[in-house]
Design a protein around this ligand. Structure first.
Ligand SMILES: [Mg+2]
Length: 173
């Protein structure tokens, strides 16, 4: 398994349907925050994500938040969505992911981590041995280091001809 390559690539977390979770053998999730569940440093929870989170909770899917951002950002957001969290996770180092797996109380083979960045979320998941799910960013970065990483990632995905799975693909609605 190449370190940079996600197991699955979706346009957004809302495309992670119950059928996909079951088909892919996923029993618990480690979730990134910035640009996966909300825009970068934005406390607002988009409606579509809110709906998805509520549905996931209704099916009693164990979930934990794992973010590289500071506790001042992550704690209020985690409280808003009612999930436990690990902040300053130092992704792509695998330790935060291992901690997440432990807190979920599941085997790592049945855990997937979802995030928008190959260089943190996907490499870290692959190093730890959980399944990796890449999503497109909620909002594309335009400046600084994050924009540079985003350019690199877009080039990588283009080069590897990786595109997000359609909702209808594989009959997995
Ligand atoms: Mg992110």
């Amino acid at each position: 398994m190449p370190l940079f390559k996600p197991n699955y690539y979706l346009s957004g977390i809302s495309d992670l349907t119950p059928r996909r979770l079951s088909f892919w053998g996923i029993k618990g999730l480690i979730l990134d925050v910035d640009n996966t569940l909300a825009a970068q440093d934005d406390p607002h929870l988009p409606k579509e994500i809110d709906t998805w989170l509520k549905a996931a909770k209704e099916m009693h899917l164990p979930m934990i938040i794992l973010s590289n951002n500071k506790p001042e950002r992550v704690a209020p957001f985690a409280k808003k969505v009612g999930l436990p969290f690990v902040a300053r996770a130092a992704k792509p180092l695998p330790f935060g992911f291992a901690k997440g797996v432990k807190l979920l109380g599941l085997k790592k083979e049945s855990v997937a981590a979802v995030g928008d960045q190959i260089l943190t979320d996907i490499i870290g998941s692959n190093l730890c041995g959980v399944k990796s799910i890449l999503t497109d960013p909620l909002k594309e970065e335009t400046e600084g280091f994050l924009a540079a990483k985003r350019r690199w990632q877009k080039n990588y995905l283009n080069r590897k001809k990786l595109t997000p799975l359609e909702k209808e693909q594989e009959g997995l609605l």
